[in-house]
Design a protein around this ligand. Structure first.
Ligand code: PLP
Length: 394
């Protein structure tokens, strides 16, 4: 049978792999050799499971959105990752990797962050487990996302502003990789999404797969069957989407719809629509689609949502798009905002801007009344209030 899961060489179809500098080879190889046995180890699973329940607050509810369903003429369930500790799905991954790092004997954690959400999740996990934490963040982002910088510092992390390049996520990632090269013995690099060299995309997908595991059980309770007709999630690097679809990847009864950030429009030059515009290339150690110019230089992406403006996409998702297993829809800034206001007004849930992109595909699909749709609300909108208020006053 055809599978959309990773193969034994670390590829999803022609995407993935580990294209890394020689000096990182040992670190990545050690991780590759150990991650599966640690993730499957009984005592790891017990500790991780206990923390997901008592600390993160899982299982997150699968909420039947009655009024939203009425609006779109189908049955819509929202998977409420916004209710997790720290306000999004990212804690599932950060906590899992921090525990894994501890089991590999590492005492120092590094991470990259763009908007600061992954930095806060990582700093939180490190505070909980008593690990040293250094977070690399572009200087531009440090200035734009001041509250998250203060949160990380309050949690005990050291935030290092990166002044190379455009001083944003891509540059912070390069700096984190450089740090890892210099401190291979005691340091572990927690990547925040299903990106980077193998085994990261698979490891992050497995840590987030708690989402689809819960969806299966919760749908069974609500509907008497354990699969939906549609799964919908937004894609930056791809981790909340990977978690949402993980247990359904090879289930052809389930349609997968991914929302990427159209920005001001796919052809406007200000966009993060990697699948529509990207060409095959290599970014941060993986072969995938990348937004790049004719010389292969990576172009700066744009989206109203800081969590979606990554110039690449996870290799799993690149393969799902290339093989047409998933339908990928670009949702522009204004469409995401409209979807956010609708959800807020008729369900009383203020979503993160990233999640609003997932909601923004709902008016673009022709549903039948009996269709069961599960849409992941990846995070809450507190961090985006300034943007929402500005849009409201326009
Ligand atoms: C970071 C973030 C995303 C995008 O990251 P993925 O790895 O694609 O999930 C989406 N939603 C929220 C709330 C985020 O913080």
């Amino acid at each position: 049978m055809r599978t959309y899961q990773i193969d034994e060489n670390g590829y999803y179809g022609e995407f993935g792999g580990a294209y890394i500098p020689e000096i990182l080879h040992r670190c990545v190889e050690t991780l590759r050799e150990n991650y599966l046995s640690i993730l499957e180890d009984d005592s790891f699973r017990r500790e991780y499971g206990r923390l997901l329940k008592d600390y993160v607050g899982r299982p997150s509810p699968l909420y039947f959105a009655r009024r939203l369903s009425g609006h779109y003429g189908c049955k819509i369930y929202l998977k409420r990752e916004d209710l997790n500790h720290t306000g999004a799905h990212k804690i599932n991954n950060a906590l899992g990797q921090a525990l894994l790092a501890q089991r590999m004997g590492k005492t120092r954690i590094i991470a990259e962050t763009g908007a600061g959400q992954h930095g806060v999740a990582t700093a939180t996990a490190c505070a909980l487990l008593g690990l040293e934490c250094v977070v690399y963040m572009g200087k531009t982002d440090v200035e734009r996302q001041h509250i998250n910088v203060q949160k990380m510092e309050m949690l005990g992390a050291r935030v290092v502003p990166v002044t190379s390049g455009n001083m944003t996520l891509k540059d912070a990632t390069n700096e984190a990789i450089r740090d890892w090269c210099c401190h291979p013995a005691d340091t572990y690099y927690i990547i925040g999404s299903t990106v980077g060299p193998h085994p990261y995309p698979d490891m992050v997908a497995k840590l987030q797969s708690i989402i689809s595991k819960e969806i299966r059980e919760q749908l069974k309770e609500h509907e008497g069957r354990d699969y939906p007709d549609y799964l919908i999630a937004c894609v930056g690097g791809g981790s909340n989407a990977a978690g949402t679809i993980y247990h359904y990847l090879d289930d052809s009864r389930v349609k997968i719809v991914l929302a990427e950030a159209g920005g001001l429009g796919v052809l406007s030059g200000k966009t993060a629509a990697t699948i529509q515009l990207g060409k095959k290339g290599i970014i941060h150690g993986a072969r995938t689609y990348v937004i790049q110019n004719e010389d292969g230089q990576i172009e700066e992406p744009y989206s109203i949502s800081a969590g979606l403006d990554y110039p690449g996409i996870g290799p799993m998702h690149a393969n799902l798009a290339a093989t047409h297993r998933a339908q990928v829809i670009a949702v522009n800034d204004d469409e995401a905002l409209e979807a956010a206001f609708l959800l807020t007004r008729i369900e009383g849930i203020i979503p993160a801007l990233e999640s609003s992109h997932a909601l923004g595909v709902l008016p673009k699909i022709q549903f039948r009344p009996e269709d069961i749709v599960v849409l992941t609300v990846s995070g809450r909108g507190d961090k985006d209030m300034e943007t929402y208020i500005k849009a409201m006053n326009q």
